[in-house]
Ligand binder design. Sequence first.
Ligand SMILES: [Zn+2]
Length: 438
Amino acid sequence: MKFLGKPRSQPAAFLPLCWLFLRILQPGHSHLYNNRYAGDKVIRLIPKTEEETYALKKIHHQFKVDLWQPSSISYVTEGTVTDVHISQNASRALLAFLQEANIQYKILIEDLQKVLENGNSLPTQRNRRSLSEYNYEVYHSLEEIQSWMHHLNKTHSGLIHMFSIGRSYEGRSLFILKLGRKSRAYKRAVWMDCGIHAREWIGPAFCQWFVREALLTYRSDAAMRKMLKHLYFYIMPVFNVDGYHYSWTHDRFWRKTRSRNLRFHCRGVDANRNWKVKWCDEGASMHPCDDTYCGPFPESEPEVKAVANFLRKHRKHIRAYLSFHAYAQMLLYPYSYKYATIPNFNCVESAAYKAVKALRSVYGVRYRYGPASRTLYVSSGSSMDWAYKNGIPYAFAFELRDTGHFGFLLPEMLIRPTCTETMLAVKNITMHLLKKCP
Ligand SMILES: [Zn+2]
């Protein structure tokens, strides 16, 4: 069974039979992604010495591991929390190697395929029939997200305007929702993008949640009403459309775009290393096969170029840039590429502090916050630094839930709590903007 094939219309008589067949298949026997992750493990390693760090780097090259955290092996030093996804075949040899070398490890996920199938509902269980009853507590394919956007554009024309800012490498439209009460008066704006990295599915889920909350509460909630009255929100629910699609159809853990390289068989560029700000320096790779590949030149990716062009054109009235990633539970602000303090540190810092405090008030979930370079790691060519350097005074990157228990496979059950608490943080930052702080 195809994971995401659109259900074709079937003659009515076949439906009960199909239903019965699907009931027998589920749960857990639907073979998402052709069962390719059966028996795969996710292991956490924290090297304690220089020798262990060296051994870990050797493992990375030798065992073809898929690094979940941090995004590049070059970031790993003593004390770095390192999560690796390893195939069933390689796991036996790897575990033996770790035991031999006396390196401590923790198995975070015993069988990746099982977690993948337990956490996500099957397409048959999903609400696809009616967009007015769109289910915000499941992950949606690109096709579903785009028809949801078209639907909102038609049904909420007073508050929502949808447009495209260009096309992806594979020719998909790059859609944006402009949200806010229409006004002839000058209005400032907030930019939000989700899904720069394909496998971080909670991001696009949050962008959709934000739109839903805005539509549901702007009449009853004074803060939301104020936000939509005084600001426009430009929301890009899926930035890396090609990568996101690929993460649904082929490789659940794909991160980059899908552009081809002339000299290497490896595809894709890290869309968060491709911006013209200290491009391809520390924390970015020049190798096309790496997950943090910066690309052949800045803005080489049509998705990055389209967003950069849009932000350049509107930078005078865009006051905040918010980007949503996963996973680490952090709220980051510039700089990413250096350790220096930003000029408007006090304003940004207090916004971050209040946002994280508001987030924690809901379920007690703790977020670390601070400059990305010190809080996460140094990375050059990121969208957040670029936005800040191009005159957007509030630039933030969220690393949403969790801290490694499910990693990229955050179960659909956790979409609601994650989005509810994140919503408070975003509203806090936005309200902060409306007050006087340069
Ligand atoms: Zn990311």
